[in-house]
Design a binder for this molecule. Structure first.
Ligand code: FAD
Length: 362
């Protein structure tokens, strides 16, 4: 029996893959419904189709443009992306897991490991503690991972992702990203979800409220939000152990997030495939994950570290290079879920991108 803690995309997709292989799987979810509260923008590239075909009801909008804005330069790039209703997406993946034979136990909060083959969970309805026998424990329990803590694995350094649903009519085929000194160490975003609502957010390490409200006022002219959808965005840590004996971590709990964008959905689906193979074939997940995804996530981290040293002028120069037709074609052809061919082709077509490389060592 394999017990997965957390019915987010990482836990449910892993549950689906393992159950499909005939493994006995239980997924424990602390909430009484799946997919709530929403703490995500829900943007994914079309790479999601490598994993499954999304149901139409999961899709809020399809986007074919991104506006990338610096302090005094802005460009438009063609893309092919999907905005999902994140609660419906989580339910969709959880249903896949259940249909494949995994059991989902709602209102079950993991509270500790009670020996090598035992976990403790509290029923959040009646507060009763339950001991569950298990051969393996998977922490798919997000950025605050209680499983990582129980296994003695240090918590991740995380961005504060402050996001709200706001009233805003904007082009429903384009999303906006904002870079520079008003968005230190990360960026701001505005993503349409319907004709008159959008998801507006920023990521940063500190003073999130200040940056958020300044951005909200500047972009919408208002101070009100419809509802909050904020959460932590873990920064990928290549040194973090993600397996200790029969305890495994996946998704945000394992910092499997693209450090450039904060996107963690696709990396966690890919990690689920790796972890399923490791559990089924008794392989070392620390090594296998690095082999399958480590280079890509390290590249995102290197780019993030470089961008974090950019001044407003550097961003404007970068946007100038990105505005060229030859570069835009590459950006449309290779999405950010294939960062190695993307960066290699960008450098081939526009070697001046290398000039920014000096920031890596500054
Ligand atoms: C503001 C914001 C915007 C984002 N935008 C995007 C985006 O546009 N695209 C993208 O790809 N990524 C985005 N992300 C990141 C993305 O949301 C995460 O990477 C993704 O949700 C990770 O999935 P997960 O299954 O690992 O964790 P989660 O989705 O966090 O799921 C963890 C699950 O575990 C449950 N749980 C937690 N603790 C316990 C416990 N003790 N016992 C039982 N259950 C427990 C939780 O209730 C939850 O259901 C964003 C994140 C934030 C904060």
């Amino acid at each position: 029996m394999i017990t997965i803690i957390g019915a987010g995309p990482a836990g449910s997709y892993l549950g689906y893959l393992l159950a499909k292989q005939g493994k006995k799987v239980a997924i424990l979810e602390e909430h009484n419904i799946i997919g709530s509260p929403v703490q995500c923008t829900g943007i994914v590239t079309h790479s999601i189709e490598k994993f499954f075909k999304l149901k139409n009801e999961v899709i809020a909008e399809k986007l074919d443009k991104v506006i990338v804005a610096g302090k005094s330069n802005r460009i438009e790039v063609n893309v092919d992306e999907i905005v999902m209703w994140r609660d419906k997406f989580d339910k969709f993946v959880a249903e896949m897991a259940e249909d494949a034979g995994a059991e989902i136990l709602l209102n079950h909060k993991f509270i500790g490991i009670g020996g090598r083959n035992m976990i403790k969970a509290r029923n959040t309805k009646n507060n009763k503690i339950k001991e569950i026998k298990t051969d393996a424990i998977v922490g798919a329990d997000g950025p605050y991972s209680a499983v990582a803590k129980a296994a003695g694995i240090n918590p991740a350094r995380s961005y504060i992702g402050m996001q709200a649903k706001v009233k805003l009519a904007m082009d429903t085929t384009a999303f906006e990203t904002y870079f520079g000194s008003d968005f230190p160490n990360f960026f701001g975003w505005v993503v349409p979800e319907s004709e008159n609502t959008a998801r507006l957010g920023i990521g940063c390490f500190e003073n999130a409220q200040e940056y958020f409200y300044r951005f909200l006022k500047k972009r919408t002219g208002k101070k009100d939000v419809l509802c909050w959808e904020s959460g932590l965005i873990p920064l990928y840590n290549p040194k973090k152990p993600i397996q200790k004996g029969n305890v495994y971590l996946i998704g945000d709990a394992a910092t499997q997030v693209k450090a450039t964008t904060g996107g963690g959905i696709i990396p966690s689906l890919k990690a689920a495939q790796t972890l399923c193979g490791c559990i089924a074939n008794n392989k070392d997940y620390n090594k296998e994950f690095r082999r399958h995804s480590g280079r890509e996530l390290r590249l995102h981290l290197m780019i993030r570290n470089m961008l974090n040293k950019f001044s407003d002028r550097d961003y404007d120069k970068l946007l100038g290079l990105m505005a060229q037709e030859k570069v835009r074609k590459i950006l449309k052809k290779y999405d950010r879920d294939s960062p190695i061919p993307l960066v290699a082709n960008l450098l081939l077509k526009e070697p001046r991108f290398l000039l920014f490389g000096k920031m890596l060592f500054a």
